[in-house]
Write a protein that binds this ligand. Sequence first.
Ligand SMILES: NC(=O)c1ccc[n+]([C@@H]2O[C@H](COP(=O)([O-])OP(=O)(O)OC[C@H]3O[C@@H](n4cnc5c(N)ncnc54)[C@H](OP(=O)(O)O)[C@@H]3O)[C@@H](O)[C@H]2O)c1
Length: 338
Amino acid sequence: MRICLIGFGAVGQGVVKIISLKKKHVKNKFNIELKVVGVSDSSGSAINQEGLDEELLLDIKSKTNKIYNYPKYGDNSLQGIELLDNVDYDCLVEATPTNISTGEPAKSLTLKAFNDKKDVVTSNKGHLALFFNEMISKAKENNVEFKFEASVGGAMPIINFSKKTLPSSEIESIIGILNGTTNFILSRMTSEGSSYKDTLEESKVLGIAETDPSQDVEGIDAACKTVILANSVLGIDCVYDDIEIEGITNITSQAIELAKKEGYFIKLIAEISKDKLKVAPRLVKKNSPYAIEGTLNMATLKTDLAGDVTVVGKGAGSIETASAILTDIINIKKTIRE
Ligand SMILES: NC(=O)c1ccc[n+]([C@@H]2O[C@H](COP(=O)([O-])OP(=O)(O)OC[C@H]3O[C@@H](n4cnc5c(N)ncnc54)[C@H](OP(=O)(O)O)[C@@H]3O)[C@@H](O)[C@H]2O)c1
């Protein structure tokens, strides 16, 4: 399986790290030979049809921050989409930043790969939240696979889980916590009695919140995931603008304290059903599955036959997210292409 990786930040580097760690295991267990033949960041590329050395890729990126410094095979004239015409590959792994205004560069990269009859695995949410149906139809038109487990909940299995493990049941709704940063902030405000502003600053220092945390705290990130789950699991045709969104920026420590006294926590909850597509702070009971702490994600799937099924997992992190990408790659090769 020849992999072309575009986006070499936290997730992209995680993918290369776990390919290095797991390629023998993947070969022995699934008879799949993983080879990274092209990598691009925002400044250039590295290409070798024989396979790039994973450790060297990581070393060059960490020391110089520019992948085109890769000895002999680096190229600063080829970036992003141009790489796709200059490398023979089987699967594009797309891990560029989420862009909720245009979905780019993920949208163009993905459509180009589809057009060239290549499979695509992504952790990106922007193009899916804005153009879900278009992306899926183009993949079908070109008879290629498009997988995006990592885009919702990082390592928390939910999309493949719903499709492969629960096919006998109809999934009526999903209610969950789909953003780890806000869950961390609300958990700390609850345990420490601290204000929203102070807790947000603490989260930035700990590296949990980004310098610009607006996508998380305003509910945008959770809303993107809501669109992806609504379309892919519940078959609801919707886009980002259909989601009712309220973030956590107005939650006060007093409101949290009051809720706590009555046996409740305040959580940023995504509700996904035919009647409701909403992300907003909600009261949840202290001993319910929604009372998870820290950066964890969770989701309860309400089914007609199996009752409520709850999944919990790490919603972010380089290796955790990369693990979902590698699962998608293995599934494409193992269950579809063979
Ligand atoms: N981090 C997580 O835990 C996590 C979890 C789930 C999903 N995701 C999603 O996964 C994606 C990647 O996240 P991340 O945390 O790895 O982001 P990141 O650390 O910001 O890395 C983004 C990478 O994309 C590269 N890039 C930007 N524009 C590009 C372009 N036009 N062509 C080629 N490369 C380009 C950047 O290049 P430079 O290195 O040169 O800046 C960087 O290597 C995002 O869509 C994010 O929402 C992340």
